[in-house]
Design a protein around this ligand. Structure first.
Ligand SMILES: Nc1ncnc2c1ncn2[C@@H]1O[C@H](COP(=O)(O)OP(=O)(O)OP(=O)(O)O)[C@@H](O)[C@H]1O
Ligand SMILES: [Mg+2]
Length: 349
C-alpha cells in the first residue's frame, strides 16, 4: 500500500491542454476530452438560469447567449498575467482532472503538454495553477509528447495541426529546443475563417456563422482531388436550400498546406545531411486538423524535389499528445521528472 492508501499507487494523468480541446487520460483507463471553454453568467438572469457560478466545456458554448465566454488558452498558450484568465484555466484543469475520477485519498500526479514555444513565464504560470490541484505535476513540450507516444524520438518530424496553431517540430533524440520547431497561426481556426468568408462572398444571401463553417469543415475537409461533390443544406431568409461547397472547402483547407511545406523545407536543415532522408521518411501528422482528407499526399507532393518523403497520420490524432504524456508519467519514475520538464510539487508549497 502506498501513502494514499490506494493499493495501485498514485493516479497518473496525461493532460493535453489545447486551444479548442483539453484531453485527459489516466493510468486507470480514463480517456476524456472537454472543450477548453469557461463561461460566467453575464448578469443575474444568467445566474438564475444556470444555477452555477460558471460552466465548462460544450455546456458553456451551448449557453453563449447569456454567458461571458473565456478561452483560457490562446493559441495553445496560457493567457498571460490576468487573474481572471488564470482562474478560468484553473477551473478548466480542475474539471479535466475530475473527468479522470480521482478517489478520496488519491495522490494525483500529472504530466501536461505545453507548446514547445511556451515561455518560461508561461510554464511557471501553469505550474502555479497545477500546484494547487495536483500533488505533483510536470510540464513538457507537446511535440515531444506526441513523438514519445509513437516512439519516434529521433530523426523524425511531428506536424501538429491544432485549432490555434500548426506546430512543426524536428525530433533529434532530445527535448526539442526553440531552433528545432516552427509555429504557424494557419491552423483549424484559420480554415474556419477562410471558409466562412468564401461562403459569404459566393452566396451572400446565405446565413453563415463561424461555428457553422467549422462544422462543415469537420465533416467534409479535404485537399487535392475530390471524389464527390460536397452538397450542404444552408438557409436563406430562414428557408433551406442545397449548395455545392466543394470548391470553397478545398480552397479553405489548402490555405494551410503551402505554409506547412515551406516550413518543412526550412526545418529539414536542422538535421545533419546524412540524417535528412530518414527524417523526411518519418513525418507524422497529429492534431484534429490532421483529419483533413488528402493532406498527407499534398504535403508529399510539395516535397517531391527532396527525394523519398513519407508523411503519415499518427494512429490516434486526437489523443496522441495526451497518450504520450500519460506514457511518460507511467514510465518515468517521479524522481526523474525534473530532468525532463519543469516540475511543481504540492508538498513543497
Ligand atoms: N475531421 C476534421 N477535419 C478537419 N479538421 C478537424 C476535424 N476534426 C477536428 N478538426 C479541427 O481540429 C482542430 C482541433 O484540433 P486539436 O484538438 O488538435 O486542437 P487544439 O489542441 O485544441 O489546438 P492547439 O493545438 O492549436 O492548441 C479544430 O480546428 C477542429 O475544427
Ligand atoms: Mg494541440
Amino acid at each position: 500500500m502506498n501513502k494514499s492508501g490506494n493499493q495501485g499507487g498514485p493516479l497518473l494523468l496525461g493532460i493535453d491542454l489545447g486551444t479548442s480541446r483539453t484531453m485527459i487520460l489516466s493510468n486507470r483507463g480514463a480517456r476524456a476530452s472537454v472543450r477548453s471553454v469557461v463561461g460566467y453568467p453575464k448578469d443575474i438572469i444568467g445566474v438564475k438560469l444556470m444555477h452555477h457560478a460558471h460552466m465548462i466545456g460544450e455546456e458553456a458554448l451551448k449557453r453563449q447567449s447569456y454567458l461571458d465566454i473565456h478561452y483560457p488558452l490562446e493559441d495553445g498558450v496560457l493567457k498571460e498575467a490576468n487573474d481572471q484568465a488564470a482562474e478560468a484555466a484553473k477551473l478548466l484543469i480542475e474539471h479535466a482532472i475530475s473527468l479522470a475520477n480521482p478517489q478520496p485519498g488519491d495522490q494525483v500526479y500529472g504530466v501536461l503538454g505545453v507548446p514547445a514555444r511556451a515561455s518560461m513565464f508561461n510554464k511557471n504560470q501553469l505550474l502555479k495553477i497545477t500546484q494547487e490541484v495536483l500533488d505533483l505535476s510536470m510540464v513538457v513540450s507537446e511535440p515531444f509528447m506526441a513523438a514519445y507516444a509513437i516512439d519516434q524520438l529521433n530523426n523524425s518530424i511531428i506536424i501538429d495541426i491544432g485549432a490555434g496553431t500548426t506546430d512543426i517540430c524536428a525530433m533529434k533524440g532530445t527535448i526539442p529546443g526553440v531552433d528545432e520547431q516552427v509555429t504557424s497561426f494557419k491552423a483549424g481556426n484559420y480554415i474556419d475563417l477562410v471558409l466562412e468568408n468564401l461562403i459569404r462572398e459566393n452566396y451572400p444571401a446565405v446565413q453563415m456563422t463561424n461555428n457553422l463553417a467549422r462544422k462543415i469543415k469537420e465533416q467534409y475537409a479535404f485537399v487535392g482531388e475530390s471524389k464527390e461533390d460536397i452538397v450542404v443544406t444552408l438557409r436563406v431568409a430562414g428557408k433551406p436550400g442545397s449548395y455545392n461547397l466543394t470548391r470553397e472547402v478545398k480552397t479553405a483547407c489548402e490555405t494551410i498546406v503551402t505554409e506547412i511545406v515551406e516550413q518543412l523545407q526550412s526545418l529539414i536543415m536542422v538535421f545533419d545531411p546524412e540524417d535528412q532522408e530518414e527524417a523526411l521518411t518519418n513525418i507524422f501528422l497529429t492534431g484534429g486538423g490532421s483529419r483533413i482528407r488528402g493532406v498527407e499526399a499534398l504535403i508529399m507532393e510539395g516535397m517531391k524535389e527532396y527525394g523519398p518523403v513519407q508523411v503519415r497520420q499518427v494512429p490516434d490524432p486526437d489523443f496522441c499528445g495526451g497518450l504520450g504524456a500519460l506514457k511518460l508519467a507511467m514510465e518515468l519514475p517521479p524522481k526523474y521528472w525534473e530532468q525532463v520538464g519543469q516540475v511543481s510539487n504540492k508538498a513543497a508549497k
